[in-house]
Design a protein around this ligand. Structure first.
Ligand code: ATP
Length: 665
């Protein structure tokens, strides 16, 4: 028998204990086989004004609330302890929307909540007809047209289906809003994108079980229509999904990978990222999404894969770091009357772009490099770079960029295996060498390349033109803007760290969650800041927050050492973030880099000082004003990444001078 669940049901189920969840799943199973089973005591909640709700018995304490109309499937709408479950049924109603034909389950609006004391209603200038077209339930129209303050408006709409909330928020922000399409037939509605955001047709209980194993389980079953498009569309060339932090880009990358593995069985698919911490998390999440990982799927950070492939297909290699060649470049800089930092930066530039032949370096545009060079200077510099490459080669070593380009060369000559499709998460962190490699190791075919990215989170590499790399995504770019992670209060302050438009893209974010205002605290000393942090952590723990739900983020590991001791002295368990798939219990402590792609119920940024954001050592390395700007932008992005890891609580502490990136006012 066909059953659907709502996202409210899944959320409610996830908030119960695992023993209760098991009992509920047993009852759902029994119900699927025989709804009339006497043990379930299925009965209609006749006393309710709102018709259509039913209840089944799980045990003495727990009830499942269902909804059924004359033709549709049974819908598991809610589950809770007895009184709460019935209270939910009393305060909700289910209705097919008169305009778009989709079933909506929403909180009943209490007419007494709205006193007509009109000064200037927030959206009062719109017509009732238009609000109906937007999918607003008829009972909400009058209260909405009267409401005048934002708080009250947000409270009122919080009981509505998410798609309606999104449209109303846009309306309040005076944006043009297009009414959703109408569903053609009643049979069709459950498969309609509008409904699939709220209802999920259960195929097996296993899906539900798996979803419950992953924190914030909703993403496994319910996708936003924009996310669904990014997951399901067949793209005729490279494609991407963009959106601010918390809008579900990783969720899209995971679902799309699973989808591609199904769409192209027997071929190999790669899911990759720049950051190795993130890659191991992607693996764990995909394992949960799919139950087990299909053999045709590789999930590995791009450098890990490149190094492994190099050793397998070319041979053993010793990697050179800047220390191995810096002195050579510094000596040459003195002779050529350049700043040593400039030579290091120019060498990295040539190495990143794979400009190993004189003609390639000579002809390559240096636009935006800050320091202009004459043809003669270029030739001299190239001579020095060649010496470095040759010296490394003689020692049997290679820079990482060199390794990436050699591998790419081999791939372009057709002597490396190719993936049918590659999905890259956090693609803003890939530089030219990584992107060129990714392009070379994937087949030329539809659906071959998919990138998930946020320019505001670029923390490793400088900005670059994708078109120059042959990665044209025009017409194949999907934008996400509903923030599923962060409260409105935190998302607002996080966005203030960044300019409103980045790399020509307007940043837009819509958060439907509410919570306390973030705290930005100044302390006289580092020690006092430490004390302040411990007090806040204790406060969270006393209120029932689990230690693992708290993330303490610092700019450099060195700061974590002192903090770790302070936590231990205070007898608060603490664990460092690492690339392990499973971490031990305790408050999570790490650098912002190690928290990439992660999220915590509560986040503390410890040391939001002027000297850490931006990190002075990074600024000192910048040879030109242009490089300095680039460093500043990356450092600003880092603070944004830190803030946007928080779901409900954000605490920011600093001593000495505050970071210039901290939002004021
Ligand atoms: N459709 C959805 N329904 C419910 N929750 C969702 C949905 N999509 C994403 N989420 C939740 O939102 C949070 C953020 O998702 P995700 O990590 O994919 O965002 P992101 O855009 O990759 O963020 P970041 O760029 O900050 O890493 C996660 O907790 C995820 O479970």
């Amino acid at each position: 028998m066909q059953q659907a669940i709502t996202n409210d049901f899944l959320k409610a189920l996830a908030s119960l204990t695992s023993t209760e969840q098991e009992l509920i799943l047993d009852a759902v199973n029994l119900f699927a086989q025989n709804p009339q089973h006497p043990g379930l005591k299925l009965h209609r909640l006749d006393k309710l004004k709102n018709k259509g709700f039913w209840s089944i018995y799980v045990n003495k304490d727990i009830r499942i609330i269902l909804y059924k109309d004359s033709s549709g499937p049974w819908i598991l709408a809610y589950v809770d302890h007895h009184d709460d479950a019935y209270r939910w049924a009393e305060t909700h109603r289910a209705e097919v929307h008169p305009r778009n034909g989709v079933l909506q389950i929403f909180r009943t609006v209490e007419v007494t909540q709205v006193e007509p004391r009109i000064v200037q209603p927030l959206i009062g200038h719109h017509s009732e007809e238009y609000l109906l077209d937007l999918g607003v339930p008829p009972s909400y129209i009058k209260p909405l047209l009267l409401v005048e303050d934002e708080e009250r408006f947000l409270e009122l709409i919080s009981g509505l289906p998410q798609d309606v909330q999104e449209r109303l928020l846009d309306l309040a922000a005076r944006k043009p809003v297009i009414p959703p399409p109408k569903v053609a037939t009643t049979e069709e509605w459950l498969r309609h994108p509008l409904a699939r955001q709220h209802f999920y047709l259960l195929e097996s209980l296993d899906e539900l079980r798996r979803a419950l194993n992953y924190p914030w389980e909703q993403w496994m079953l319910f996708l936003h229509p924009a996310q669904r498009e990014a997951v399901e569309r067949v793209f005729q060339g490279p494609a991407r999904v963009v959106g601010p932090a918390g809008t579900g880009k990783t969720v899209v990358a995971l679902h799309r990978t699973a989808q591609l593995a199904r769409r192209y069985p027997g071929t190999s698919i790669l899911l990759t990222s720049f950051n190795r911490y993130l890659a191991s998390r992607l693996k764990a999440a995909l394992r949960l999404l799919l139950g087990e990982l299909p053999p045709n799927l590789t999930i590995e950070n791009i450098h890990g894969l490149a190094r492994r492939w190099y050793e397998e297909h070319i041979g053993p290699i010793q990697l050179a770091t800047e220390k191995d060649y810096a002195s050579h470049l510094q000596d040459a800089a003195r002779q050529l009357s350049h700043e040593p930092s400039f030579l290091l930066s120019e060498f990295s530039f040539a190495d990143e772009w794979g400009l190993y032949a004189w003609e390639a370096y000579r002809d390559f545009p240096r636009t935006g490099r800050g320091i202009p060079l004459t043809a003669r200077e270029r030739m001299k510099l190239f001579g020095v770079f060649q010496e470095v490459w040759a010296a490394l080669e003689a020692k049997g070593s290679l820079t990482f960029n060199g390794l990436l380009h050699r591998l790419r060369d081999k791939a372009e000559r057709g002597t490396l295996p190719r993936f049918r499709a590659v999905v890259v998460d956090e693609a803003q962190d890939l530089g030219p060498a990584e992107l060129m490699l990714v392009r070379a190791i994937v087949e030329e075919a539809p659906d071959n390349l998919f990138f998930a990215l946020d320019p505001g989170q670029r923390i490793y590499k400088g900005p670059l033109s994708w078109q120059a790399l042959g990665l044209e995504v025009r017409g194949r770019s999907i934008r996400l803007r509903v923030n599923y992670r962060t409260t409105r209060e935190i998302a607002t302050i996080a966005e203030k760290v960044l300019p409103p438009s980045l790399e020509g893209e307007v940043r837009e974010v819509l958060s439907l969650l509410r919570g306390p205002e973030p705290e930005i605290r100044q302390f006289p000393t580092q020690k006092a800041c430490e004390e302040g942090l411990l007090t806040w952590v204790r406060w969270l723990l006393e209120r029932g927050t689990q230690p693992e739900e708290i993330g303490v983020l610092v700019r450099i590991w060195h700061l974590a050492d002192a903090l770790e001791n302070a936590f231990r002295k205070a007898h608060i368990p603490v664990t460092r973030l690492s690339d392990k798939e499973v971490l031990e219990g305790g408050v999570r402590l790490g650098t912002v880099h190690s928290a990439k792609g992660l999220e915590f119920r509560a986040v503390a940024v410890f040391g939001a000082n002027k000297g850490f954001f931006p990190l002075e050592a990074q600024l000192r390395k910048a040879p030109s004003e242009k490089d300095r700007e680039e460093v500043l932008e990356k450092e600003e992005n880092l603070l944004y990444v830190a803030f946007s890891r928080a779901r409900e609580h954000l605490w920011v502490g600093y001593w000495d001078e505050p970071s210039p990136f901290l939002p004021t006012g």
